[in-house]
Design a protein around this ligand. Structure first.
Ligand SMILES: [Mg+2]
Length: 503
């Protein structure tokens, strides 16, 4: 293992007793020769003292060496041999004192977790070692390079002229993209990079290193948001984004769900019967101050802070309450509820869903849970366990946004879902884009062969609906059928259902 320190223990020299015996034997054979005994003993004692002094010196040297080794170990990351965060912060502070300009670089590997998850931690560790070597080479001797945490690295490099900075960072991106090869596996990696300049991007009176690392980190997050495999430089607007996030998080903590939150229902229509069979449940937030905050801005924050768990259970309870108060039908309506990655990892999830279902006297078939591939991939084993338990109890499961992100056909096979929801991005150009039609037709056929139902999202025109019908799609959802609506309006749309019409 890298960084492991071995202490080479040499054979100890002769024991003191052996030395005395040897000396006495040489200098005073037989011990008893009166006149020579005393000087011999004195000589032996002197030698013994010298030997002891020598031993003590060696012992002290060994002690000093292990103290040095320990210092190296506590300053360096054992896996990559690079300085660790604490060491970097100390040395960067000295660097910034000595230099009037510099560039702080924050680098995060894109989707590194997938390597650990799919190829194992050993390959993951080796990858980090390769990356560390590349960074060290690229940065040069004048730079500080450190492993900040996990798959995050920081570099403090001498400042370059403005035009050169971008070219340098692009070169760094290109070097990171070079394949990493292990045995027969070739890994294609990319990274997201954030830059912050010293002293321009530093705001007194914060700690210099801390402030610059945070600024470069914010820029790196912006690079991720912009689609990864990118370089972004820090600019003050990023701080606004961060403040906005912090503001939403604070308001979520103060939120009174029963007063500020509500559910919207977006009908799902079965194509064979042209009947609404249920709805997707969506969350709406009207703040006490009268502001409407879109789910696109508060759900990611809630997901990041963990507040999504509380919101999620509120949504489930309201959905169950709604189902319980709606008129009883031969063919009960199904409500589908989105589950995030954080919720899937909640150990109480299945028990709490069961408790709600029983409290409101519902059947499991009345509830469906929507997951995305990326939410399941964070912890695939855990997700499979939770989804398996839900499936075994009879709840519906659908794979949301299919076709985006990491869509992989193997997920269709391994995730225990019964419905695939084709992402709206494939549906919006269905009439005009032949490729989209081919893809949608293939997904429908494949899903059908696997025994899965297919729902197309984002249907906005009659042509799209007709095309999807002809391709064998089972269900549709989108503005052409209906927009998300309050409960009362949703119930009104159901009046057209023959089985819900008053007797
Ligand atoms: Mg959904």
């Amino acid at each position: 293992m890298a960084g492991e320190i071995r202490y080479q223990r040499k054979e100890e020299s002769m024991s003191d007793a052996t030395i005395i015996d040897t000396l006495l034997d040489t200098m005073a054979p037989g011990y008893g020769a009166g006149g020579v005994l005393l000087p011999a003993l004195l000589g032996a004692l002197t030698l013994l003292l010298l030997h002891h002094r020598h031993q003590m010196k060696r012992h002290r040297e060994r002690h000093r060496q292990s103290a040095r080794d320990l210092a190296v170990l506590s300053d360096h990351d054992a896996l990559t041999g690079l300085p660790n965060r604490a060491c970097f912060e100390r040395e960067a502070a000295q660097y910034l004192q000595r230099h009037s300009t510099a560039l702080m670089v924050f680098l995060d590997l894109d989707d590194f977790k997938l390597i650990n998850d799919s190829l194992g931690h050993r390959v993951g560790d080796q990858t980090l070692q390769v990356i560390a070597r590349r960074l060290r080479q690229m940065a040069g001797d004048a730079a500080l390079v450190a492993r900040y945490s996990g798959d995050e690295f920081v570099l403090l490099v001498p400042a370059l002229a403005d035009g050169e900075t971008v070219a340098w960072a692009d070169r760094l991106l290109a070097i990171m993209r070079q394949p990493v090869v292990f045995n027969e596996v070739e890994l294609m990696l990319s990274s997201s990079i954030g830059l912050a300049r010293w002293p321009q991007d530093y705001k007194a009176p914060c700690d210099r290193v801390e402030c610059l690392v945070r600024s470069a980190d914010l820029a790196m997050c912006e690079a991720k948001r912009a689609g990864k495999n990118k370089v972004c430089s820090y600019h003050s607007r990023l701080l606004l984004v961060q403040n906005h996030t912090a503001d939403i998080a604070a308001r979520l903590r103060r939120l009174d769900p029963d007063k500020e939150l509500s559910l919207a229902f977006q009908p799902r229509m079965e194509l064979a019967t042209r009947q609404v069979r249920g709805a997707e449940v969506l969350l709406r937030w009207h703040t006490a101050e009268g502001e409407q905050i879109s789910p696109a801005s508060f759900i990611p924050v809630a997901e990041e802070t963990g507040q999504i768990l509380g919101l999620g259970y509120w949504v489930m309870e309201q959905a169950c309450k709604a189902l319980a108060r709606w008129p009883v039908q031969d063919d009960p309506l199904v409500l589908s509820i989105n589950l995030s990655a954080r919720q899937l990892m909640d150990v109480q999830l299945v028990d709490r869903i069961e408790a709600l279902r029983e409290r409101y006297h519902l059947s499991a078939a009345q509830l469906e849970f929507e997951i995305t591939e990326s939410s399941a991939m964070g912890d695939m084993a855990g997700a499979l366990h939770v989804l398996g338990r839900l499936r075994a109890r009879g709840y519906g499961l659908s794979l949301d946004d299919f076709g985006t992100g990491f869509s992989s056909l193997s997920h269709l096979r391994s995730l225990p879902v019964d419905t695939v929801k084709i992402d709206r991005s494939f549906v919006c150009n269905l009439e005009n884009e032949r490729l989209d039609r081919v893809l949608v037709a293939s997904i429908i056929e494949l899903a059908g062969n696997l025994g899965l139902r297919v729902l197309a999202e984002g249907v906005e025109t009659l042509d799209q609906l007709a095309l999807l019908d002809s391709l064998g799609c089972d269900e549709v959802q989108g503005y052409f059928i209906a927009r998300p609506m309050p409960e009362a309006s949703f119930l009104e749309t159901l009046v057209q259902r023959p089985d819900s019409a008053p007797a």
